[in-house]
Design a protein around this ligand. Sequence first.
Ligand code: CU
Length: 275
Amino acid sequence: MKKILFLMVVVATTILTSCDDTTQEFTKPNFEKLFTEDYPLKSSVTAGDYTISLHAQEDLFVGYNQMYFLVKNTATNEVISDYSLKITPMMDMGMMMHTAPNETPVNPEGDMKVIQFNMVYIMPSTAGDWMLKGELTINEGDAPIAFDLPVTVVEKSDSRMLSFMSQVDSMTMVFLTLNEPLDPVVGENKIQFGLYKRETMMSFPASENYSIEFEPEMPTMGHGSPNNVNPTYTANGLYDGTVNFTMTGYWRINVTVKNAEGVIVKDGISFDVNF
Ligand SMILES: [Cu+2]
């Protein structure tokens, strides 16, 4: 057992070469695999003395994406552990620019080696150029180092985002994402939606006090499923519930969105899930 542990530490240390930090930090769950196997590199940019890299589980897509930032000293390849990041997504469509719904970057590991950033890409790169405009601050009080990180966004075959005008005022653009399940199984799955609205081209706040109702069905077989639980609001525009898939195949998730007064914002919309 001791031998195996020793080997694991050696492997972890070898992968993250030339780091002076203690190996203990590198043996945290997932850390070694995080930036190689689980979350491969999607884009990187050099800013000042630093290299900022963006990692994600799969190619960035139209919908809700969870991404991870890693910052290294370019000269020494050392992972920087104390810094803060500000990120503003921006899409340049030639005639105009706009941002997208996004959350404040957080540190899920309990130190500053990894920064998680969640956002919704609302269009694919075929419609324009996406850029994550960032500010890196190494020491508090230092002048932030600006960077532009280009990213490529693809459209999934089963779309993970719907956009529509609110039926309440016919002028508010609303964005609804299906975030989970990512890998559905037969039986009960966590289902998560994200809900946002467009205030201006530079402001896409989360819609907090809405309600989302859904009904799964298998259109080709003419049945639904029991024991589904409509989602409730958690934070950052996210709504968590339970979906029950009684078999594999093609499922359609029919969705109705209501505002705080219970008035229908949108109905007759659906996401397709195939597994
Ligand atoms: Cu756009």
